[in-house]
Write a protein that binds this ligand. Sequence first.
Ligand code: SF4
Length: 694
Amino acid sequence: VVEIGTPERAIITTCAYCGVGCSFKAEMRGDELVRMVPHKDGKANRGHSCVKGRFAWGYATHKDRILNPMIRDKITDPWQEVSWDEAMRFTADRMKGLIEKHGRQSVGVITSSRCTNEETYLVQKLTRAVFLNNNTDTCARVCHSPTGYGLGQTFGTSAGTQDFDSVEQSDVVMIIGANPTDGHPVFASRLKKRLRKGAKLIVVDPRRTDIVEGPHVKAAHHLPLRPGTNVAIVTAIAHVIVTEGLMDEEFIRTRCDWDEFQDYAEFVADEKNSPEAVEELTGVKAQTVREAARLYATGGNGAIYYGLGVTEHSQGSTTVIGIANLAMLTGNIGKPGVGVNPLRGQNNVQGSCDMGSFPHELPGYRHVKNDDVRDLFQNAWGVKIDNEPGLRIPNMLDAAVEGTFKGLYCQGEDILQSDPDTHHVAAGLAAMECVIVHDLFLNETANYAHVFLPGSTFLEKDGTFTNAERRINRVRKVMAPKNGYGDWEVTQMLANAMGANWNYAHPSQIMDEIALLTPSFAGVSFERLDELGSIQWPCNEATPEGTPTMHIGAFVRGKGKFIRTEYVATDEKTGPRFPLLLTTGRILSQYNVGAQTRRTANVIWHDQDVLEIHPHDAENRGIHEGDYVRLTSRAGETTLRATLTDRVSPGVVYTTFHHPDTQANVVTTDYSDWATNCPEYKVTAVQIAPSNGP
Ligand code: SF4
């Protein structure tokens, strides 16, 4: 029992873990944070929270935090602590030297979906207005970039269509490739509450997660597909809806392009797309697919929620398109209780994408080739903006190995641990001449860095995060930055050290600039956020209080666009050497690579990654519960403890990726989504064997 005493005041802020974006009261005694209490007026969480938001904030004062800038000439040299001025001089000289010697395309940035909108906006501005290229990418590349592409193509914008309240009006909910109980716990609670009141649930997932069958919930249908066959399943569902005449024809005629629909309908109606034809491929009984399709199409308001089990595939974008097709086919778009909703993994994935972090888009999802948009930003920033898309994260690493990409500013992202094919990432980083890591801790990527700039936690920041329902929430400073500067100030110092003349005095001024240049944020300001509590974009003159439901009456792009979804097998094949398929996910108490959650005092965080194996596969290999197993793929190998469970089907194994000693991404491949290069984390051909330990 810990005595916390009586709090004297509370500051309302937003959780920095998952994309639910729960609102909290940070209760203070003097300058000390004593407790995080879920805020009952928070519109995303309505007074609820999970263990991470409530208890896992101790990392902010953890002894491992680096509080002073450090530099070194070579990565084999010891770190040298320096002043901020010296760190900026060193960094600016290196980056300018690389640009002079190798050209402006030789440097770039990777920003993080953990950062605020204002920080993210400044980092992409640094790239475009100071480095003078579009080599800016975000860790959303490795999670929801296919959402950006797929929803952009079909609906016209990259965002979930509903607010979380909407689930209370759903009659049928389909969860595809997501495990909300662990990944988005507060949304899962709201969903379960609705299910207890009679809504029906369909789950498409290789694993029998708790949402399929767990406390207080049992899905009407579970489609335990073979990893990598999402497109075949989603198209088979569409086949049933089209061939059994379960479509909402009036919606399609009035809201969608009819010619494109006819072409799509002809494609899905082909017998090769029937549930029977793909049963062997997907491993899901045709009758289950038919019953699920009928339920979704005829069960009332149908809402789809999906996660990284959809996007992190070689056909991630195609599956997102297929999901949008399902919603349009059944008229499940443009009103409460329906829609297509990506469950964003990190707190500000939505905002990171909104703010122009992708190398082809300026803030507000506007392509860099658009002359009018470039003119708008050029006039505001007083520079010429490159009209060619820049490098994505994997392109940067490839170019580094080839010798043409030399300098990287990496803010809030441990790419060595979190990106696929660790050996390739390491080779790319090792080949660069200036790697700047801006982070809280000396992470794995920092082993290859020449500059370490200390970052600040969400408790030390003013700004905004945008959650999975497009809700812009205020993040308020609870304590002074322990490193002396907020992250936006560090980016501003670097820009100015390289010759810019930025004079932002507070993040609210950055938001004012965002609002001025981005129509969907035109009505957003810190004052309005204080007044309304939060705002869902688009927010402008037409919708001054924001937009809970999108695409009412018309899609953002005008008519909804149906697109064929041809299944193409991944190049990652099983065979005699690698006969099993590995897929990955999270547990409730941990978060991504665990940099924060592992640095809290509570013992529940001190678990380990384990490998789930079906008892048949374990028995065939002489593996018992708790044994060490060696997990090998074409990319590499690692060692984990085994747990035997029929949550996974025979032929499939599953693990989490929270612990650096396990390094699950040593085994994942560099295959990626055809449209966006989002890595195919969810499908790796592997072999397992008993081991004596790491
Ligand atoms: Fe934080 Fe997500 Fe948990 Fe809410 S559900 S407290 S946003 S981690």
